[in-house]
Design a protein around this ligand. Sequence first.
Ligand code: XMP
Length: 515
Amino acid sequence: MEANNEKVIILDFGSQYAQLIARRIRENNVYCEIVSHKIAAQEIQKINPKGIILSGGPASVYVKNAPRCDERIATLGIPILGICYGMQLGCQMLGATVRPTPAREYGRTACTVNSESKLFKSLAKDDTVWMSHGDQVVELPAEFKSLAFTRNCPFAAVMHKEKIFYGVQFHPEVTHTPQGSQMIRNFLYEICGCTGDWKMHSYREKSIDDIRKQVGNERVVCGLSGGVDSAVTAALIHKAIGNHLSCIFVDNGLLRNYEADEVITTFKDTFTVDLHAIDARDRFLDKLKGVTDPEKKRKIIGHEFIEIFKEEAKKISQAKFLAQGTLYPDVIESIPAHGGPTVTIKSHHNVGGLPAELGFELVEPLRFLFKDEVRKMGEELGLPEELVWRHPFPGPGLAIRIIGEVTKPRLEILRNADRIVIEEIRTAGLYRSIAQCFAVLLPLSTVGVMGDERSYENVIAIRAVETTDFMTADWCRIPHEVLEITSNRIINEVKGVNRVVYDISTKPPSTIEWE
Ligand code: XMP
């Protein structure tokens, strides 16, 4: 079965928003991929996309060595939408002049539509757009038509009268351009003639097909971490090749409450996967004895995981492939926006950091999906809702949320406090709107009174953040009542804790984790 026949490609000129454009397109059920701006017109012809987007970028089109694209793309008859730098480049290629703007425009700007076009079909004439440019088109040949303007930008949007080329100086992909989403939809449906055949169900079928083709009759080994990506990878591969998949799950004793059990139940009992679950809790604790430095903890845990994985993988005879839950953002990062001569996409070997010496070939069935799409895929595959929507969890686990030495009793305290935090956040209906939330056990004791007695016990910090990229984050304004009940429950139910604090730091300058 051939899924997603329709494809749009984004030529990346180094825009910070290229991924965002891709997501906006996929949200409209049209599959799209980001490629290097150096792709040859011939290669585009082979891909046969329904549309081409020229992304923004930090350069100026009139400087030497500015990134350009194969000019023959304008002769392919494929609709093109240029955004910001992409607009300037496209217009310049078609005879317009681009110069520095006398008054630069950054941020929200009022924009007026002055002619009819398919791009602005059904849109209000006056609205706000998000600008971020120091250059702009200043002279437009007669073959062009101006579509919209702002106070300082006479050609905020244009179209070519013969070729199917549209350009917008602003950024329709960001939410600060309220009608941007509809503009992208218009480009896809009104201009490119897409029908929207990118659906997770058909993509699942295609992925299963691809895995079968790649793997044949060979055996695949997959490491399960308890997180979404590895779980979806395993479930998908299992659907494709059944008992030719062997999974390895290393219980390092640093997971949250019930997580290890849940992985084992889901994969061994529900999916009947050949699961090698290794109880390595003591082994990890032993290695972490006396260690307080966060980076040392990370190294020890990473190293130990690889050792155990290697030992176990050797026992699985004749395995040829290793499955990894690499996602599209990792893949995109390795696309040479300005450098590489080709559009080859390198593989990232960052998941679990398993060394090449293991000699496996890689299977990466999620390498074209964004995180939210992976979750949809997980739902399609029938994975439990709790697992599919789980917040990200760091590889070193609770070890980096226990500030100071990791011991069994301290793990117990943190695990119990963390369970209560998650329970209360779920009860309040906030779990899905928060990107990540958890408890941290601090390395200090404070004074309290419990009954008539003075106590001298541990402090738990609660961290809850909002973020989409995890590079920057804001603390969540959790209602006080929810914090109150969470704090009460932790102090009453978790032995050894007499104080709870809430972390109100943003990233930067703080990080999301405390270590
Ligand atoms: P920070 O603390 O750097 O966290 O703001 C950003 C995101 O990365 C996760 N994180 C890790 N994930 N191994 C991982 O697999 C690690 O050592 C690690 N440290 C932080 C963190 O949970 C957050 O989602």
